[in-house]
Design a binder for this molecule. Structure first.
Ligand code: ATP
Length: 347
């Protein structure tokens, strides 16, 4: 049945997998049946399929040389070491050694379906960095950097958004090792995932939520102005700098180039995917982003996902406590309109 407009008119509940089923990566279109969730393969980083091929799959064998001493340096902020501009591509082992010479590896910060992220210190100046290592065979989509270098799409997207906005994590450099791709990212010294912060606080007062939400909006607007769609906005992918209160959007592993036409492949977290994806297997970038931002704002002020019931997602009417202003309630309801056209624009 066609969903009726607005959240007050409750559509027939649709069941989607909940947290345990959350998958990331390019997913096949969901079957229209409510109980047939789309399951994403373990790794994919961008839209593929009918929309213009924005990245290409690559069959490069491990160990191939790359321009630049540490291999495939991005066009992002220059790498810290003097060898970064060397014209001689060293062998993979030397790259690994160069990495160890320049960074001291610390504790594991997180590992997901896509790779492992370690805290590290840049030895030249003591700067804290995060080192994200993604096995080469998990990189499905490649693109091109402005200088023509082929790079994983995550690197290409990060390169596009890495300057001009403090709300987006900065890519400092990237390296290609025989068996993996290494991203060296800025790391706030004392930081926490927004999800963990919210879990500790249960929910945030509206004033505080407003400031954080505004920061996320600015970061997302920066990305879209650079032609990048993040596609996986959720509290787990937002870092809170505990010293400054500043938020940073991380993990562009599900991102894509922004396009005007509808996407027909999904990448991201299913419980944050918009209803049009589940119902019609297509979505527009901005409308889907607004849907995920509505979920985020709800999460900030209520401390949980609005439609999650254990393992399932059930769309329906949202109830708010009296403490929430009418404006906040309205904004959430508009972002979570079942019809994409009823959602507000990013502006
Ligand atoms: P997942 O599959 O869980 O999304 P992933 O392999 O795509 O993981 P990221 O989401 O980029 O990797 O990072 C995993 C975790 O590592 C993050 O949730 C965060 O806690 C930590 N992390 C990532 N980047 C940084 C960073 N720049 N600074 C500090 N911590 C970071």
């Amino acid at each position: 049945p066609r969903p009726r407009r607005g959240l007050q008119s409750r559509p027939r509940p649709r069941l989607l997998p909940g947290p345990a089923e959350d998958t990331r990566g390019a997913a096949a279109p969901a079957a229209p049946a409510a109980a047939s969730p789309a399951r994403a393969p373990p790794l994919g980083s961008a839209a593929v399929g009918p929309e213009p091929p924005l990245s290409r799959s690559r069959d490069r064998t491990p160990g191939e040389g790359r321009p630049g001493a540490l291999g495939g340096r991005s066009g992002a902020a220059p790498g810290p070491g003097p060898s970064a501009d060397s014209p001689v591509p060293p062998a993979g082992k030397a790259q690994e050694e160069a990495l160890q010479e320049r960074y001291r590896l610390g504790s594991l910060l997180g590992s997901g379906g896509f790779g492992s992220v370690f805290a590290a210190t840049r030895l030249s100046d003591g700067a804290p960095v995060a080192i994200k290592r993604v096995p080469r065979n998990r990189v499905r989509h490649w693109g091109e950097l402005p200088d023509g270098t082929s790079a994983p799409l995550e690197v290409v997207l990060l390169d596009k958004v890495s300057s001009g906005c403090t709300g987006v994590i900065q890519l400092l450099e990237w390296l290609e090792l025989p068996d993996s791709i290494v991203l060296v990212l800025e790391r706030p010294e004392r930081c926490q995932e927004l999800s963990g912060f919210l879990a500790e606080r249960r929910f945030l007062p509206e004033e505080e939520a407003r400031g954080l939400f505004r920061q996320v909006l600015e970061a997302v607007r920066h990305c879209t102005s650079c032609g990048v769609l993040h596609r996986d906005i959720k509290p787990e992918n937002i870092l809170l700098d505990l010293a400054t209160g500043q938020l940073k959007l991380i993990d562009f592993g599900c991102g894509a180039f922004l396009q005007d036409t509808a996407y027909t492949q999904f990448a991201g977290t299913l419980s944050y995917s918009p209803p049009e994806w589940i119902q019609h297997q297509r979505y527009h970038g901005e409308a889907a982003t607004i849907w995920s931002l509505g979920l985020l704002l709800y999460h900030l002020v209520m401390g949980k996902h609005p439609f999650r019931r254990g393992q399932e997602i059930i769309w329906g009417r949202i109830l708010f406590p009296r403490r929430l202003s009418q404006e906040c309630q309205d904004l959430i309801k508009r972002c979570l309109s079942m019809q994409p056209l009823d959602r507000p624009s990013l502006e």
